[in-house]
Design a protein around this ligand. Structure first.
Ligand code: NAD
Length: 355
């Protein structure tokens, strides 16, 4: 698979990625290589990676607990301190080996320690491969509010190797696939159809769908690195989806959902709004709803809960001047940005989740 270049960094695939990593290390001679992992990627991914790294440099592995609840500034504090104690300097390299939590957090830590050291992402979850490790956004949550603190700063390179997916639990494979479906919805009807037809996460065909998804995201980020226009489309489903995620995090009495699951529900809500405000055909909405139903998430919210979520949507970073701005679909494959909608219609859209 050909490398994909986004502005000033490149995504490499499989063995070509590890070869390029070794070449970079040889040329730049980092004094210390820090590898950030969580307990799961330490167990499942580190043993696969280590024999591939050729270096005499000192390697320090820093392990954190897995899970979104650790993507915060307290965890950064612990990792910053450990790195300083272990002699981190501007000549160090950081490799983030994990899912989106590790790449978001590790990218932020590397961008800020010593005013910034080079870092590489090796995503090990499907969501990381097709989304989180592409595009240079990194950062942490603030309380229950997602991704409020962070910087846009690209890695030296990202290496995608679907071999890591062999140990990823099924629920997380489904979770990552939601962003791939989203890529089809915003930019490519044929890709959406291909995703719907694909059921085997470990086939060569699925690897090529991962490649295409990485390409779709990269093309959009290249056009708009700082989210002034087209990149907003990547947030399709996320205005409502992030509110669902934050709301459920604040209400531990309700069953938690994964990021992708919340986004899938957000996609339905925003597709319903697309019919009302952006002329999305009703048949296209029904097709999207049918896909959502196959996920069997069974999410439902009362009007009171939706009102609380509308408050949470006000923190969305796409908003300006306090108004909630949505990305909406005009067709499967094309979108409009900066759409304002009424609270009543948002409530109606949420009720559609259970229909
Ligand atoms: P995650 O990093 O928590 O990974 C999911 C789970 O899978 C974790 O328990 C992890 O330890 C485990 N895991 C990862 N790879 C594994 C493997 N190969 N084998 C076994 N277990 C493995 O979550 P995620 O779904 O990868 O990412 C979600 C995060 O990504 C969220 O914080 C979200 O905000 C962020 N994100 C960022 C961007 C961006 O542009 N920066 C885009 C989308 C999502």
């Amino acid at each position: 698979m050909e490398p994909i270049t986004i502005n000033n960094f490149t995504i490499y695939f499989e063995n070509q990625g590890f070869k390029t990593l070794n070449k970079w290390i040889k040329e730049h001679q980092p004094g210390t290589i820090f590898i950030l992992v969580d307990d799961k990627t330490m167990e499942n991914c580190y043993p696969y990676l280590m024999p591939k790294i050729e270096t005499t440099a000192r390697i320090e592995v820093i392990e954190i607990d897995h899970g979104e609840e650790f993507k915060n500034i307290d965890t950064c504090g612990g990792v910053w301190s450990a790195m300083v104690e272990l002699g981190c300097d501007r000549n160090s390299l950081m490799i983030n080996l994990g899912g989106g939590v590790i790449t978001d957090l590790g990218g932020f830590i590397a961008s800020t320690i010593k005013r910034g050291i080079p870092f590489m992402h090796i995503p090990t979850s499907l969501l990381g491969m097709v989304d989180a490790a592409i595009g240079g956004k990194n950062g942490v949550d603030l309380g229950n509010l997602k991704n409020q603190i962070g910087v846009i700063n690209g890695p030296v390179m990202t290496i995608i190797d679907p071999e890591f997916l062999k140990t990823l639990p099924q629920q997380h494979l489904v979770n990552g696939s939601i962003e791939m479906f989203k890529h089809g919805l915003i930019s490519d009807r044929v890709y959406w159809n291909d995703m719907k037809a694909s059921h085997n996460f470990h086939s060569d065909h699925f690897n090529s769908l991962i490649y295409q998804s990485a390409l779709i995201k990269s093309d959009i980020v290249t056009m708009d690195p700082f989210e002034k226009g087209a990149r907003k489309a990547l947030n399709y489903g996320h205005t409502a989806g992030h509110a669902i995620e934050s709301y459920l995090m604040e209400h531990p009495d309700r069953a938690a959902v994964l990021h992708g699951e919340a986004i899938a529900a957000g996609i339905v809500v925003e597709s319903y709004l697309s019919v009302q405000y952006a002329d999305l055909a009703l048949d296209s909405y029904k097709e999207i709803k049918e896909w959502y139903n196959t996920l069997q998430l069974n999410l439902s919210f009362t009007d009171k809960e939706v009102l609380e979520m509308i408050e949470l949507m006000k923190y969305d970073k796409k908003n300006t001047n306090g108004a909630i701005k949505f990305v909406l679909l005009e067709t499967i494959g094309s979108f409009v940005t900066n759409q304002e909608v009424s609270n009543e219609m948002i409530m109606e859209a949420f009720q559609e989740l259970i229909n």
